[in-house]
Each structure stands twice: as structure tokens, then as C-alpha cells.
Design a protein around this ligand. Structure first.
Ligand code: SF4
Length: 434
């Protein structure tokens, strides 16, 4: 049976979003129509996540739902790709044999061939955007060389492989030609960019080259790794007007004994020095981070240390995840001694603290002006983001639709008149009205 209509379900992180966008581009150029609901589809492909327990559960639930539709005769084919099947292909084949095909990550050619199409090399670097057309993720490398003890990603995605600058500039020119204004730089570890193909970490040079692409106005950096943060990158972020004063820097913990066991390659002292250096050299920096609570050797003492660090450092954006025991990781032998209830309590305590910090920071912005990019309009409001807000994970700026005649996809200067813990409320400023 030749597939005509396919639903692509993307789970997990922005790196999976990019993979799905590449796949969709190939589908469309093989006369396969993309539909957004299984009611219209004859086939479903699920681009899964297999990183930690909750993500694995979501992927399996999604597969089982698709299988139900197949059993009901509503769809004919179910295909599974991405990280979960890369990691557990044989187990999945045994446990859910109703799936027609299991693929790993980056199996674009195999998937297209399976659907009776021809993989088109000439489309490499091109994508069908699934994000709002004015922003897009740019995946600058695949895989990871870091030895973080809790992480299964290197087992799934392999070692670090950078994309050449020329190829990324070409992809960015393509994205800009599609109307993209904000480029969001992603990888497992963006700060490792270039070391494998240029013999040195040169993310700064890449950002500089990307900022020269006509149409790109904002460049946002995610997934920076603390233990090898390149000096010249700090200058590029500080001096390049198109590179946002925003850094996502997952720290995972602050206690020396936990950082050591996590094999993060950095100490408490060096972490604090890095945060101070970034804040002193990049004015108005928005710093996002993530932490893991409930790691096997995190006693109440280490958790208190982390809690105090969050209180003292006052990050602009912060996420907390409970430790997930993952087989074949180097921490696996430590077991999972901290119970789920304690992990959830620790996660809640830090998120409660961060809520206060975020409210204080938002309140300080009332009366201030910010440049925003309008993502969508929902009900009485336009939803926008400032340089402080990465899509999906940070706050938003709400602009009353009645009083502000603006367009989705455009930049405006706004003036903040109210806020809550996470979001801001604003009207476009007189300057933008001109
Ligand atoms: S940097 Fe560490 S946590 Fe991130 S993908 Fe690599 S190994 Fe995993």
C-alpha cells in the first residue's frame, strides 16, 4: 500500500522537531500529504523520545493509541522512529509487534523508502517548519561527548558531530527565505561546536556568520555546557546586536560531591565564577538553567546547598527535574535510593522559590520598554516573547488585542503595565505606533 496521507507526531525536544521537519520536507516532495489528525491519515509516524522515564511513558502511550486506531481499521500503518526506538528497538519489536516498522534516529532514507518514496539528497538542509514561521530551531551538531553519569543521550545519539559552518549558513539562508527572523541554536552541547571538524570550539565564529544572514534578527543560544564555555563566545554574545543576551546553561547541581558523581567536569567554585563572569561581561543577560533533584548521593545537606544557591543566584529562568534512573548510564549502579515523594517535594520547593524570584524580576519590569516578537493571537490577547523568553519553556508577553493593532510574526516595542510570576502584560509603546 502506497502511503498518501500521513500524520507526523513529534515528541520530546527541539532536536526531534528539526528531525521531523526534515522528514516532512521529504514526504511533501514524494507526494505524501501531511495531515494533522489521525482521522484523515492512512499512516502515522511517531518521532519518539527515550531520554527519561516520563518521556518514555509518553512515547509508549502514543504508540499504543496509534495501534488502537490500526486495530479499529482507521489507519493502515504505524511507524515508530526517534530516540525510544533507537534505544529499545528489539524490546519494542517483541512487546509491541503491531507496529509496522521501527526506525532509529536520522533514518530519513529508510523511512521514505518504506513509504514507497525516493530520498531526495538535493533537499538536505531544507525543512518544512512546524514552528510559527517567524522562528526556527537550528541543530548545529548531533550527539554528545560529555560523560554525565545520569544521561542516556550519548547512548542514543552517539558522539558529538558538528555540521560545517557553510552548511549551517546555507540552511539559515533557506530558513530566512521562509520568513524566519529568530534562529534558536540547539544541540546536545552547543558549546562543543566545531571541536571535531575545526580542531577548536568555535561557536562564536558560527554565531557571527549566522548573524550576517539577511532577514535573521534574533539568534538565541540554548544548551550551553558550563565546564567548557569558550571565552570568545562571551564577547560575541555581548557585542553582536543580533545575538540575544540570553543563555540557557543547564547546571544540574551545585554541590561538589553531587557534581563529581554526575561527572559534570566542574566544581561549585568554578560554576559560581562562570555565572558571575557571564553576568559582568554581558549586560542585561537573561540566564536560564535546569537542575536535577533526587540524584542518588543528594542528601538533605546537598539539597539545602542547591536551594540556597538558587535563592542567592536568582536565575531568570529555571527548570527542575526529578532524577530518572536510566540503565546503561554510568550512574545506574548507584541505584535510585531517594523515593519519588522526596524528589517531588524537593522539585516543588525549588519551583516555589523560583516563583518568588521570577515575580520579583517581572515586577521590576513594570513601566519598562521591551522589544518583542509576536508569536500568535489567542482570544483577547496577542502572545509575544521578548529576548528573555525562549519558546515553549519560558514566560510570555500578553498584549491586549483590542487596544493594539499588531501582526503575528512582527517585532514591536512594548511597555509593560502588569505581570504575574511568569508572564508580562504590555501595550505597544508610542514609538511602535508610528
Ligand atoms: S551534556 Fe550531559 S546531559 Fe547533556 S546530552 Fe550530553 S551527556 Fe547528556
Amino acid at each position: 500500500m502506497k502511503t498518501r496521507k500521513i500524520e507526523v507526531i513529534t515528541l520530546g525536544c527541539s532536536k526531534n522537531v528539526v528531525d521531523s521537519e526534515r522528514l516532512i520536507k521529504q514526504f511533501k516532495n514524494n507526494n505524501i500529504e501531511i495531515v494533522t489528525s489521525s482521522d484523515e491519515a492512512d499512516s502515522i509516524i511517531i518521532n519518539t523520545c527515550g531520554f527519561i522515564e516520563p518521556a518514555k511513558k509518553e512515547s509508549i502511550d502514543t504508540i499504543l493509541r496509534a495501534i488502537e486506531l490500526k486495530k479499529e481499521g482507521k489507519i493502515k500503518k504505524v511507524m515508530v522512529a526517534g530516540c525510544l526506538s533507537q534505544r529499545y528497538k528489539e524490546e519494542l519489536r517483541k512487546e509491541i509487534p503491531e507496529v509496522d516498522s521501527y526506525f532509529g534516529t536520522e533514518a530519513f532514507k529508510e523511512i521514505i523508502t518504506e513509504l514507497g518514496g525516493r530520498f531526495k539528497k538535493e533537499l538536505l538542509g531544507e525543512r518544512e517548519l512546524t514552528t510559527p514561521k517567524h522562528y526556527a530551531y537550528l541543530k548545529i551538531s548531533e550527539g554528545c561527548d560529555n560523560p554525565c553519569s545520569f544521561c542516556a543521550i550519548p547512548l542514543i545519539r552517539g558522539g558529538h558531530r558538528s555540521q560545517p559552518i557553510e552548511k549551517l549558513v546555507k540552511e539559515t539562508e533557506f530558513l530566512a527565505s521562509q520568513g524566519v527572523k529568530e534562529l534558536i541554536i540547539i544541540a546536545q552541547d552547543t558549546t562543543d561546536y566545531g571541536k571535531d571538524i575545526y580542531g577548536k570550539r568555535n561557536l562564536a565564529e558560527l554565531l557571527h556568520r549566522l548573524s550576517e544572514v539577511k532577514g535573521i534578527e534574533w539568534i538565541r543560544l540554548l544548551y550551553a555546557y558550563p565546564s567548557h564555555f569558550p571565552e570568545e563566545l562571551i564577547d560575541e554574545i555581548a557585542e553582536n546586536s543580533k545575538v540575544l543576551k540570553y543563555i540557557d546553561l543547564p547546571l544540574q547541581h551545585i554541590s561538589d560531591s553531587v557534581l563529581k558523581s554526575m561527572q559534570r567536569g566542574i566544581s561549585r567554585r568554578r560554576t559560581i565564577e562562570l555565572v558571575e563572569k557571564l553576568r559582568s561581561r554581558i549586560p542585561d543577560l537573561t540566564l536560564r538553567t535546569t537542575f536535577i533533584v533526587g540524584y542518588p548521593n543528594e542528601t538533605e545537606k546537598e539539597f539545602k546547598e542547591l536551594f540556597d544557591f538558587v535563592r542567592e543566584t536568582e536565575f531568570d529562568r529555571l527548570g527542575v527535574f526529578p532524577y530518572s534512573l536510566e540503565e546503561n548510564t554510568t550512574a545506574f549502579h548507584l541505584g535510585d535510593p531517594i523515593d519519588e515523594k522526596t524528589k517531588e517535594e524537593r522539585q516543588a520547593k525549588i519551583m516555589e522559590l523560583q516563583k518568588e524570584i521570577s515575580l520579583k524580576k517581572n515586577t521590576a519590569l513594570i513601566g519598562k520598554k521591551l522589544k518583542v516578537l509576536v508569536d500568535s493571537s489567542e482570544g483577547d490577547f496577542f502572545i509575544a516573547r521578548s529576548q528573555r523568553d525562549a519558546p515553549e519553556v519560558d514566560g510570555e508577553v500578553f498584549i491586549p488585542a483590542e487596544k493594539n493593532k499588531i501582526k503575528v510574526g512582527n517585532f514591536y516595542e512594548v511597555e509593560i503595565y502588569d505581570c504575574n510570576e511568569y508572564d508580562l502584560y504590555a501595550n505597544i509603546s508610542t514609538k511602535s505606533k508610528k
